[in-house]
Design a protein around this ligand. Structure first.
Ligand SMILES: Cc1ncc(C[n+]2csc(CCOP(=O)(O)OP(=O)(O)O)c2C)c(N)n1
Length: 547
């Protein structure tokens, strides 16, 4: 007898085949058949309070695991609420699969419910976007979209199925599900090209490795570590690659030390990272040699002239380099990262003459907070100036253990709650701290309801300066009369911790620096989603005091 299922259910079977564990989304009739079948197959649906949070949660899942993130929004506004996340995933090259609802084909262009041309917009910010009209081809389209998302340079991919097609019945036994389409090998470089790289490395006196997200997505932390440890070459990790090399090692170049070390280096080995925001042409002089390793050869046209361009998978090429390079060491050069790091800390200390002062000095805040981060902590960063401080001070002690707003050039405030929730679901045994500006925190506050319903115990630590701080402080740097300070203030006395209590979570207000660590510890131990609202001095920003 024919086994009839709804067409929407077919997509869920492909997600199961692909090993998907969670779909983040918000329900709607247009996507319901997929959601329902997915749950039957053991893929949990995490219902957020805004599709934007679902999109960020899918990113958070990808950034915490290195695997595909999946989210869904129903036709029309459900899908448009995913747009900022999609744009962020596009700019950041995150492997995300988006499921969109779509109005009935039979009702197109009749002003019917949620009939909106979504895909024309989505095509501008995805690797691949399709509407599926033929029921039996849903698995084929879904698998292809996922393949686009995870292969090569990763990125967002989108599939929508019109509601009349989603709801139509199909004989399950007549549907073909492709198997074994995942490639078994990684792209390597020819040995002669590796030999050229080794020759350049041997000539260098002050080489530096800059490792980016490609290292994380290809799960190449072991190969990166082996290369750094065998050669003694200092390494800077950026974006999703934070934590892919031991940040306690003397060879690790911190966010603080990056500028001077980059400037002094004579060979920069750039692995799996794009030129652009925070790492641009102007930071590399023509006399500094560059080796670029990327899965996408087109990337090599962006900004720097390389002495050598290698196309290949980060894990495969790094492994080849580890084999081919001789052991080496650069004693004086390798000591520099820590020397620079210490100098920068001393400079910051000058901004904090009284660590016990009220309101709390940002430097004192971060020096205390740093001590709450261990090997089993995931740090999520959101905000403006507070995020700049966070990236400067907060360490990552493993791959996927630091993620946030500045993970790519798009920089959307409000990623925090989605990232934090997904990170906790991915690693239930780890402590997840969301370190956020008060402005950024406002975007996702309703997600405490999601945390309560699914038992997701994250802890937010709010850097509460009562401002859209980064924007206000940059206006304050202008000459008197050059700015009118429009719309830059927030209410500092808002009791965010009480709002969180209202959702059923744990909240504490901190006005004294000595209470910060105990309050965080109590929030983490509470067994509830937590919020520690910390009053910080609005007059001090990362670019100086009293500005
Ligand atoms: C969605 C979005 N809207 C606006 C901005 C512009 N913006 C960048 S930083 C910032 C201020 C952030 O304030 P807050 O989160 O309180 O952090 P603070 O700078 O005070 O530490 C704003 C509004 C942005 N990056 N993203």
């Amino acid at each position: 007898m024919a086994k009839e299922v709804k067409t929407g259910a077919l997509m869920a079977h492909v997600l199961k085949q692909e090993g998907v564990k969670y779909i983040f989304g918000l329900p709607g009739g247009h996507i319901y058949p997929t959601m329902e079948e997915a749950e039957k197959l053991g893929i949990k649906f995490i219902g957020t309070r805004d599709e934007a949070a679902a999109a960020y949660a899918a990113e958070g899942w990808a950034l915490a695991t290195g695997d595909l993130g999946v989210c869904a929004g129903t036709a029309g506004p459900g899908v448009t609420n995913l747009f900022t996340g999609m744009a962020n995933a596009w700019m950041g090259r995150y492997p995300i699969f988006y499921i969109g609802g779509k109005a009935r084909v039979t009702e197109y262009d009749r002003n019917e419910l949620q009939d909106f041309d979504q895909i024309s917009i989505i095509q501008t910010m995805t690797k691949h976007a399709r509407t599926v009209y033929e029921p039996k081809r849903v698995p084929e389209y879904t698998a292809r979209a996922i393949s686009h998302a995870i292969n090569g340079t990763p990125g967002p991919a989108y599939i929508e199925i019109p509601r009349d097609i989603t709801d139509s019945m199909v004989d399950f036994d007549e549907v073909h599900f492709a198997e074994n389409h995942r490639a078994k090998n990684r792209v390597k470089a020819e040995e002669s090209v590796i030999a050229e790289a080794v020759a350049l490395i041997k000539e260098a006196k002050k080489p530096l490795i800059v490792a980016g997200s490609g290292v994380f997505w290809s799960h190449a932390q072991d190969e990166l570590t082996a290369l750094v440890n065998k050669t003694g070459i200092p390494v800077f990790t950026r974006n999703a690659a934070r934590g892919c090399y031991d940040e306690r090692s003397p060879l690790y170049v911190s966010y603080k030390a990056k500028g001077p070390i980059l400037e002094q280096s004579d060979l920069i080995i750039i692995v799996g990272t794009r030129a652009g925001y925070t790492f641009s042409q102007k930071m590399v002089r023509p006399d500094q040699k560059v080796i670029r390793i990327d899965i996408d050869p087109v990337e090599a046209t962006n900004q720097w002239d390389a002495a050598l361009t290698i196309v290949g998978d980060a894990k495969a090429v790094l492994a080849q380099l580890v084999e081919a390079v001789p052991e080496s060491s650069y004693p004086e050069w390798a000591a520099m990262p820590k020397i620079v790091d210490t100098k920068v800390i001393e400079m910051f200390d000058q901004l904090c003459p009284d660590p016990k002062a009220y309101p709390i000095n940002p430097i004192a805040f971060y020096k205390e907070l740093m001590q709450e981060i261990d090997d089993d902590t995931i740090v999520v960063i959101d905000g403006g100036d507070s995020a700049t401080w966070s990236y400067t001070f907060l360490p990552s002690y493993g791959p996927g253990q630091l993620m946030g707003i500045a993970g790519n050039a798009f920089g959307p405030l409000g990623v925090g709650m989605g990232y934090a929730m997904a990170a906790k679901l991915a690693h239930p045994d780890k402590k997840v701290l969301l370190v956020t500006g008060d402005g950024a925190f406002g975007y996702g506050i309703a997600e405490y309801d999601t945390c309560m319903r699914y038992g997701i115990n994250i802890t937010a630590v709010i850097f509460n300066d009562g401002l859209w701080g980064m924007i206000k402080r940059s206006e304050q740097r202008k000459a008197p009369g050059e700015t009118n300070f429009v719309g830059l203030d927030l209410e500092q006395n808002t009791h965010y911790e009480k709002v969180v209590e209202g959702f059923g979570g744990y909240g504490e207000l901190v006005t004294n620096i000595d209470d910060l660590r105990p309050a965080i510890q109590r929030a983490v131990a509470s067994g509830k989603p937590g919020c520690v609202n910390v009053m910080v001095n609005p007059a001090i920003g990362p670019k100086g005091a009293g500005c």
